[in-house]
Each structure stands twice: as structure tokens, then as C-alpha cells.
Write a protein that binds this ligand. Structure first.
Ligand code: LLP
Length: 404
């Protein structure tokens, strides 16, 4: 049975902590990680949680307690991972377009690193030669993912070293005597089709004979999770089976050992999260009934930025008849969460919950319009705990310097 928080639980949490509020459910994270482990038990697979999805230190510690590793996209995420208690060997820094000084810092911390440009690879070779193993992030020229903004593997994407530059990579590896420990590809987010991952696996099988010291093959993140009522996510058991066949075949063919690495973000934390808002105003305009909530794209940017769909429920009036609403925010800009959505009759003051709010929700929030960022709470073993407080007025001025 899937782990979820009930309408009553969410209502009572909102009553206690106020809104807008992010709520996370630790047991759902555990369930998702267990699903992955089960699906991949027959292949040597390591999972690195893509921490950019949600970086609260308590979430990181819960994920650490499950035995999961961590993937970082900035040196600050690496520092957070170290602070949370991850051992350097279980931390991966998958970089893109970063200053070489961050790579030097990552080396000094002893973490795994994937480098995504010839320029940084060359600097790395000149400084460390063969002394520090490193992964190469490649761009496979595959179009995949939920929408263009979250597709990273296509031929116009900034990410990774284009695979057509293989000769230049190999020349550099030879010249600088680099220790290439693995290959990495992340094609995008919300990839439902298992064959996309297997296409990358095929590319790896062709490339890996050129890299005799490579021991990990990193297929990135991007597993799709259901956002809509009738959606299904990536068939993870099928992917596990296919990856098992692939890696065992490759081991036999090349008489070398390989580990497959994945970096799931959404899969691990999307469904554990709930974003609770409250309706400030109802406004009828022609045939449109607006319900304006005490939030906006400053708190949950995904609908406006990616046209993402989040399920919404009126948890204050769950048995009322269904009517149609446009759910909008209070930001002084067009700020629509959902158009013409069927919801139980809404009254001013009702709580509306957005589902799938764990990944890239709070993490992409801002103080636009000088609004406060919401508080975050964690439900774990039936206990509800505040894990970050709501902003207060002083937070808005915290970094400002009054010179006038
Ligand atoms: N690995 C790398 C190198 C990545 O760039 C990403 C996501 C992941 C792993 C994790 O992908 P996931 O499993 O979460 O799909 N803010 C967007 C998603 C951007 C993803 C960026 N990179 C959204 O809210 O849909």
C-alpha cells in the first residue's frame, strides 16, 4: 500500500503550522527508495539522490539513513551533503559549466566528480594527471524528457561534452594521462520510456572500450512519476531488468566489472511532498470563477515555468459538489496554478493542497514581491516536526546594506 497523508492529517497540520506550508512524508521517501532497490537488486546499481530536488538537511539525513548516496549540482550542495553526514565516496558532484575552483574544492573534499567540458577536463588533467579518478559527462544527442526546458541530452543542449567530440576527449585523456573512472549521461527529467535509458546504455557499450579504467556507467536521473490522476511513471521494474541484462552482458563481453549509477531526484521526493495554501478571494469574471490563494509562483513555480500539472484538492470541503475554478496566486503578475480545474466547491478560507510538491517546489521558491518563503514540516514515524521556519520580515533585509 502506498504511503500518503490523509486529508484530515493535512488539515490538522495546516491548522497547527499555518499556510502556505510545505509538508513532507518521510515514509513515502522510504517507499520510493525501496522500490528502486527491489527493481535493481539483480544488477550492481548505486543510486545517488539528486539533491537539487529538495535540500533540507533533514530530508538529506533521512535519505542517508536509507543507505542511498547523493548527487550534487553545486559545491554548496556538496558541502550540505558532507554536513548531512554522507561519506565523500558516496557523494557525486555532477558539474555543468562551473568554475574550475569548484572542481578543486570538490577534489579537496575527496568526492566523485563528473566533468562536462573539454576545457575543465584539460585543466583537471594538467593539475591532477592520473592521480584523481574522474567521470566524463557526455551529451548523447537524444531528445527526451517532459518538455524542452527539462530536456538536456539533445544536440542543442549546453550539457555535457558532445559525443561527436570523442576523438578530442581521447586525445586529451592520452596527453594528460587522465584516470577516467566512468561515463555519465543525463538526458532529461520525466522520461517515461525505458528505451531512452537503454539507448544511452548502447552508447556506453560502444564507448567504454575506449576507457579501460572506467568502472561506473552513470545513466543520470529523470524517472517519471505520476502527476495526473490517470498517469503512470517509468516502469522501474522493467528498467531494472533491462539494466541487469545490459550490465551483465557488458561484463561478459569485456571481461571487466561495471557498476551502473543513477541520480533520481523526482522519483525519490516528488510524491512525498504536499503544498498547502489557503483561499484569500473568490472572484467571478464572466464564465471564469477565480480562486485566489495566499501563494504564487514565488512558492511553486512549476505550473508557470514548465506548464506542469499538479493535482489540487480542496481539503476543507472534500464532500461538496464539483465546480470549475481557475486557481491563481497573489503575485502581481499572471500567476496561474491551474485553469478550469474541477474541484469541490471552494469557500474563502478553504485549504487547497497541491500534490507532488516535494521535488523542485520549495527548492525553486523565491521572495518575489517581498513575500515570505513558506515553512516546511516533516512527518516521520507519525510525528510532525518543523524543519524550516517561515520567513519573517528581517529575512527580507538580511543581506541588504543600508547605504542611504
Ligand atoms: N542528474 C542530473 C545531472 C540532473 O541535471 C538532474 C536534474 C537529475 C539528475 C535529476 O533529475 P530528476 O530525477 O529529478 O528528473 N526543475 C525541473 C526539473 C529540472 C531537473 C534538472 N536536472 C522541474 O521542476 O521539473
Amino acid at each position: 500500500m502506498s504511503q500518503f497523508l490523509s486529508t484530515e492529517q493535512l488539515r490538522s497540520i495546516a491548522d497547527e503550522y499555518g499556510t502556505p506550508l510545505y509538508v513532507y512524508h518521510a515514509e513515502k521517501i522510504t517507499e520510493q527508495y525501496t522500490r528502486l532497490q527491489k527493481a535493481f537488486e539483480k544488477s550492481s546499481t548505486r543510486f545517488f539522490y539528486a539533491s537539487k530536488a529538495l535540500t533540507n538537511i533533514n530530508i538529506l539525513r533521512h535519505i542517508l539513513s536509507l543507505g542511498c548516496n547523493i548527487d550534487c549540482s553545486s559545491i554548496n550542495e556538496v558541502h550540505l551533503a558532507v554536513k548531512a553526514g554522507f561519506a565523500p565516496k558516496n557523494i557525486l558532484y555532477t558539474s555543468n559549466g562551473i568554475a574550475f575552483s569548484e572542481i578543486e574544492e570538490a577534489v579537496s573534499l575527496g568526492v566523485n566528480i563528473n566533468i562536462d567540458s573539454l576545457s575543465n577536463l584539460e585543466k583537471f588533467g594538467k593539475k591532477y594527471g592520473h592521480s584523481y579518478p574522474v567521470g566524463i559527462r557526455l551529451r548523447p544527442n537524444i531528445m527526451a524528457g517532459g518538455n524542452l526546458k527539462i530536456s538536456t541530452g539533445h544536440e542543442k543542449s549546453k550539457f555535457g561534452i558532445p559525443i561527436e567530440q570523442l576523438d578530442a576527449i581521447l586525445a586529451l585523456v592520452k596527453e594528460e594521462n587522465l584516470f577516467i573512472a566512468g561515463l555519465h549521461v543525463h538526458t532529461g527529467s520525466e522520461i517515461k520510456d525505458v528505451s531512452v535509458f537503454m539507448q544511452v546504455a548502447d552508447i556506453f557499450s560502444e564507448l567504454v572500450p575506449h576507457f579501460p579504467e572506467a568502472r561506473f556507467l552513470d545513466l543520470g536521473g529523470g524517472f517519471k512519476v505520476p502527476y495526473k490522476e490517470d498517469e503512470t511513471g517509468t516502469d522501474v521494474p522493467l528498467l531494472g531488468e533491462k539494466v541487469g541484462e545490459f550490465v551483465n552482458g557488458l561484463k561478459q563481453k569485456l571481461s571487466r566489472d561495471f557498476e551502473v549509477w543513477f541520480e533520481p531526484g523526482k522519483f525519490i521526493v516528488s510524491e512525498c511532498g504536499y503544498f498547502i495554501t489557503q483561499v484569500n478571494v473568490l472572484k467571478q469574471s464572466g464564465t471564469i470563477q477565480f480562486a485566489g490563494v495566499n501563494s504564487g509562483f514565488n512558492h511553486l513555480i512549476r505550473p508557470m515555468f514548465y506548464e506542469s500539472y499538479h493535482r489540487i484538492k480542496n481539503i476543507s470541503n472534500p464532500d461538496a459538489p464539483l465546480l470549475h475554478y481557475s486557481i491563481v496566486g497573489n503575485i502581481c503578475e499572471t500567476d496561474t496554478f491551474a485553469w478550469n480545474r474541477e474541484l469541490n466547491e471552494i469557500r474563502e478560507g478553504d485549504y487547497l493542497v497541491f500534490y507532488n510538491a516535494g521535488a523542485y517546489g520549495y527548492e525553486m521558491a523565491s521572495n518575489y514581491n517581498a513575500r515570505f518563503k513558506p515553512a516546511q514540516v516533516l512527518v516521520i514515524n507519525g510525528k510532525v516536526q518543523l524543519i524550516s521556519r517561515r520567513d519573517v520580515f528581517e529575512d527580507l533585509l538580511r543581506n541588504q546594506i543600508e547605504v542611504l
